[in-house]
Design a protein around this ligand. Sequence first.
Ligand SMILES: Nc1ncnc2c1ncn2[C@@H]1O[C@H](COP(=O)(O)OP(=O)(O)OP(=O)(O)O)[C@@H](O)[C@H]1O
Ligand SMILES: [Mg+2]
Length: 379
Amino acid sequence: MAASKEQVLAALAKVPSPGGVALTDARVLSDIVVSDGKVFFSLTVDAAAVKAWEPVRKAAEDNVRAVPGVRSVLVALTAERAAGAATHGPNPAHVAQQPQRAAHPADKVQPGVPGVDAVIAVASGKGGVGKSTTAVNLALGLRDLGLKVGMLDADIYGPSLPKLLAIKEKPQTIGGTKLKPIDRYGLSVMSIGFLIDEETPMIWRGPMVMSAITQMLREVEWGKLDVMVVDMPPGTGDAQLTMAQQVPLKGAVIVSTPQDLALIDARRGVAMFKRVNVPVLGIVENMSYFLCPSCGTRSDIFGHGGARKEAERQGVPFLGEVPLHMTIREKSDSGLPVVATEPDGPHAKIYREIAAKVIEQIKGGAAAGRVAPKIVIEA
Ligand SMILES: Nc1ncnc2c1ncn2[C@@H]1O[C@H](COP(=O)(O)OP(=O)(O)OP(=O)(O)O)[C@@H](O)[C@H]1O
Ligand SMILES: [Mg+2]
């Protein structure tokens, strides 16, 4: 028999929080998602008290795992900067950071994609930081949390999804008009790379880029999706800004490496999304540290931790650290993403934790209650 939310709550009521009250009374619990025997939720706690909460997180996971019908449990610990900010619903700290602007007569609401609950972008200010790799593994992490996930490759100039997911086939048409996304590892995927052969140089003019993106959003039979992950082109120029406006985004995840130069670009990325009123769901530090595959020694090649500090500075959540690891590169470049092919490995776990934090942000963070973003047309 499938486990219910009530059973999960009953199990959590037996876990004491550091303050002594039951976990269910401690005002730290996010919405609890129970789907097909998989349970996930997060505990949002004061950053200063994270150490004290870690055993509680562990106990919560163990207690829920013991509930009959539960197959897997993921409990993420999310740190809040301001004490006492851990409540349900939108986080006022984040809402306050959204830039305020007067309504412009040219503003129009960008309609959502029919059947798709949330469209999120994975973006970076700088190219080559591992955005597409992160996007694919994040999408798979979301899938592992029981969600129906789609992926749209919005990198028109250099589409990566055909390679990262080893997709060679062409999408079929439905009724002669709509395209059917390609299914890979349970993800519904669409990329311009499926339609144009790899050798063709991509020479697009601005309006063509936009119509290609619009077609991939609206003329593809996406079906019902909980989340669509959009792999954005690198950079923060006009083209990216227009794209950030044109795609009906519920939020954006920024990927950065720890070097100062990449972080400056990540800052630009955060600013770009804020400018078009798209909530930043958080920053991921990719290639955060190097784990030697033969001896297991860790080295902080690019100076680790910069993205976490940058997230703090920008007042956006920090979503996690992904190591620089040969397995991630080899798997990614041969179309066998780690989360799909080594689901029990350490990297998959990291991506799933990032996925849980992203969902937490969509449900309870800055993007909660957001229906469709405003599109700003510059005069
Ligand atoms: N954590 C990681 N460990 C090892 N290699 C990685 C990691 N993340 C990404 N890579 C590798 O780095 C290279 C660039 O990654 P990717 O294509 O995902 O970056 P990108 O930011 O999408 O690039 P672009 O800006 O060109 O779109 C790839 O070869 C990929 O396999
Ligand atoms: Mg890419």
